[in-house]
Design a protein around this ligand. Structure first.
Ligand code: BGC
Length: 723
């Protein structure tokens, strides 16, 4: 049975006076209590450095968590208990009694939905499932930019674009915090590769950083006021993210006026003086012992305080920020846990999967007819067992358990967490439901020759291809593992009606691309993913996902064809120069003129859309109005995108706005999109302000970053503004 959180009726203040209350409560604390609040330990036994139960975890605490900080009951401060939450409440391993959480699609699939309303609902559901377990802080909100298609954690991030990532991350945070649960945005910042992440120095031009990864956090913070920000493992321009005075004190808390607290990542606090540089809480402290041989916010911080090296006011500030985050969302005033309708959450997971699937190619083969007695070959990808997920701290154990867990393993501390997790139900079973008249033949894709035999005797082939990606690992290249490319190649040779379904966390190379009739990018679509895939293939659902990342033709087009440090042993210092600066993904392709395999924003539909009547207003910013019409013969959703293409004669591609619209056949909708002025500007580190150059700019409305349909020139007033 799950334990319900204690109901705390001792405080009644409204969230609006969170600052005042934090100030008043902090003033009543003893120094011991202050020090206990700035430390969070792994709240589950197996992670403790000594192997046994950490004596600081109370014996009667059953709701084990990723992070635990004792409460202070005399002042109404609840214990702080956190869990990971990007794709649902995580629990594998340390909650044997947990009945399972809703496993939502990966964030990159939610990114493909371009649908902030939906992502907010997912946040609300995650908040409810956190409440029922007593978790009051969620380590959600992954909004690093997908700079590199080899990054093992891109599935935990929304996109390569600052605006899209910020809008969606904020929607998730708002949903979670609406349930009285603090949410985090992470990993601040430039944690864009996993290779030797604890020793990785991410080097970037500081102004370009403000225009990209930092702008993502800035917009997301403005839109959602997250209670906490998690710093990354890596260094940025030579300083660890958690001890980066410039990024934490000057930018986040200074220029942006952020009022919440900064927690470290787990095992990312090597020194006590990170407290002076802006870090407010050490997290997963036993992991610091494992990595650095000490918990700096335990004894060293107290010693520094006793010697006067840590000012009293700074300690008070750290504590006030933590308290404020709890008070602002009402985490200290929980009533009974809300009713949780798991069937409804499953429906939400299904809707997310439907909207996140991207139809990359369709040579007149999809949707497959449901009324004909087709012979369908289903090949590979464990499609007879389940849908795969990403691995690492974000992995969710679903209600009823996994359909299978296959250990993969690997180097470093994350090696033992690298598993192929399979969610039931299986795609094969869902396809049988969607095509009741069809006859199915399954082949595991064990060898190309064997798979080809099955493909040959069927009318159509659905080949599932999987790639397990996850925390702690970057992929060495973009290929599919386990010889799956050869299997697809062989079945496509044997049967021209081959459809490929990709369950991956990143773009993959597709050497067989020109031989197959259709390609579906399903990402890691979560516990309802099998049903959503079957519904898209059968046409019950009209695909509407759009790529939130560019698919390169090959790594030769990428700013870093070779990834520095790849293959070096755990513990090797690595420097990655993000020389593309703010020109990430589609911006890079626009700048270099290289033609990617599939552009950002791309996604096909079973209907067609038309754009007309573009009207653009300039001045301080840009507002574009245009009309979108469903000119096909079925209902469907479109995601028209507004791009900046030129500023005063300088080519510059920026997504300025987007909107997902559901349209019946023949239906039109007028849309109006207004740009955040920072997307029209350059950041000037010298003045700490943004600068828009006066002159004529150009914008375009398109179906992707490369397929621009309507274009217009628009005058912009020159101006400087901050922050
Ligand atoms: C990850 C974080 C996560 C934390 C707690 C770390 O390994 O980088 O994203 O929130 O663990 O599980």
């Amino acid at each position: 049975m799950m334990t319900r959180p204690a109901i705390n009726e001792t405080t009644t203040a409204s969230p609006n006076d969170a600052d005042e209350r934090a100030r008043a409560v902090e003033a009543q604390l003893t120094d011991d209590e202050r020090f206990s609040l700035v430390l969070s330990i792994l709240g589950h036994t197996p992670g403790s450095a000594t192997g046994g139960r950490d004596p600081r975890i109370p014996e009667d605490l059953t709701n084990m968590s990723a992070g635990y900080t004792p409460g202070i009951p005399r002042l109404g401060i609840p214990a702080i208990q956190s869990s990971d939450a990007s794709m649902g409440i995580t629990n594998p391993g340390y909650r044997p009694d947990d009945e399972g959480a809703t496993a939502f699609p990966a964030l990159i699939a939610m990114g493909s939905s371009f649908d902030p309303q939906l992502v907010r609902q997912v946040g609300e559901a995650i908040g409810r499932e956190a409440r029922m377990r007593g978790f009051n802080v969620q380590l959600a909100g992954g909004c690093n930019l997908a700079r590199d298609p080899r990054n093992g954690r891109n599935f935990e991030y929304f996109s390569e674009d600052p605006l899209l990532s910020a809008v969606l991350a904020a929607a998730q945070v708002n949903g979670i915090q609406s349930q009285g649960v603090v949410s985090t945005l992470k990993h601040y910042t430039l944690n864009c590769n996993e290779t030797n992440r604890h020793w990785l120095d991410a080097v970037i031009d500081p102004d370009a950083h403000r225009e990209s990864d930092l702008l993502t956090f800035q917009i997301a913070i403005e839109r959602s006021q997250p209670g906490s920000i998690m710093s990354g493992y890596n260094k940025i321009n030579g300083e660890y993210a958690g001890g980066n005075d410039h990024l934490l004190n000057e930018v986040l808390k200074g220029a942006w006026g952020y009022k919440g607290y900064v927690m470290s990542d787990w095992g990312a606090t090597p020194e006590w003086d990170f407290a002076l540089k802006g870090l407010d809480q050490e997290s997963g402290a036993q992991a610091d012992t494992l990595l650095w041989g000490k918990e700096p916010f335990t004894d060293e911080l107290r010693t520094a305080y006793a010697k006067g090296d840590l000012p009293k006011e700074r300690l008070a500030d750290m504590v006030r920020r933590i308290l404020r985050a709890l008070f602002a969302v009402g985490a200290d005033r929980w009533g009974p846990a809300p009713e949780v309708d798991m069937a409804e959450h499953n429906r939400l997971a299904l809707e997310c999967a439907r909207r996140g699937i991207v139809l990359l190619e369709n040579d007149d083969v999809l949707p497959l007819p449901t009324e004909r007695p087709l012979k369908i070959a289903v090949i590979g990808g464990y499609a007879q067992q389940g849908i795969i997920s990403g691995t690492g701290s974000g992995a969710v154990a679903p209600v009823g358990g996994f359909a299978g867990v296959i250990k993969i393993g690997g180097a470093g501390v994350m090696g033992k967490h690298r598993n192929l997790f399979l969610f039931p139900p299986s795609p094969l079973d869902e396809l049988k439901k969607a095509f009741p008249k069809a006859q199915f033949d399954f082949d595991p894709g064990y060898t190309p020759a064997e798979a080809a035999l099955t493909a040959k005797r069927c009318d159509v082939v659905i080949a599932f291809a999987i790639r397990v990606e996850g925390e702690g690992f970057d992929s060495a290249d973009l290929s599919l593992p386990w010889g799956q490319d050869s299997v697809i190649d062989a079945v496509a040779d044997a049967n021209p009606n081959t459809i490929v379904v990709l369950e991956t966390g990143n773009p993959v190379s597709m050497p067989w691309r020109n031989k197959v009739k259709a390609i579906l990018q399903a990402w890691y679509p979560g516990q309802a993913g099998a049903q959503a895939i079957a519904e898209v293939l059968s046409g019950k659902v009209n695909p509407s996902g759009r790529l939130p990342v560019t698919f390169p033709e090959s790594l030769a087009q990428h700013p870093r064809p070779d990834l520095p440090g790849l293959g070096t042993p755990w513990g090797t210092p690595v420097t990655i120069e993000y020389n593309e600066g703010a020109e990430i993904g589609y911006r890079w392709y626009a700048k270099t003129g290289a033609e990617p395999m599939y552009p950002f924003g791309h996604g096909l539909s079973y209907t067609a859309f038309d754009y007309r009547d573009l009207h653009v207003d300039g001045g301080d910013t840009i507002t574009a109005t245009f009309t979108v019409t469903n000119v096909g013969d079925r209902a469907g959703a479109d995601v028209p995108q507004l791009y900046l293409t030129d500023v005063a004669g300088e080519a510059r591609r920026r997504l300025l706005g987007f909107e997902r619209v559901e349209l019946q056949p023949g239906e039109s909708r007028e849309l109006s999109l207004t740009a955040d002025p920072r997307l029209l500007a350059r950041f000037d580190g010298g003045t700490g302000r943004w600068h828009i150059v006066a002159g004529s700019s150009k914008v375009a409305v398109g179906t992707s970053a490369d397929e621009l349909v309507l274009e217009a020139a628009v005058p912009l007033s020159g101006r400087h503004f901050g922050p």
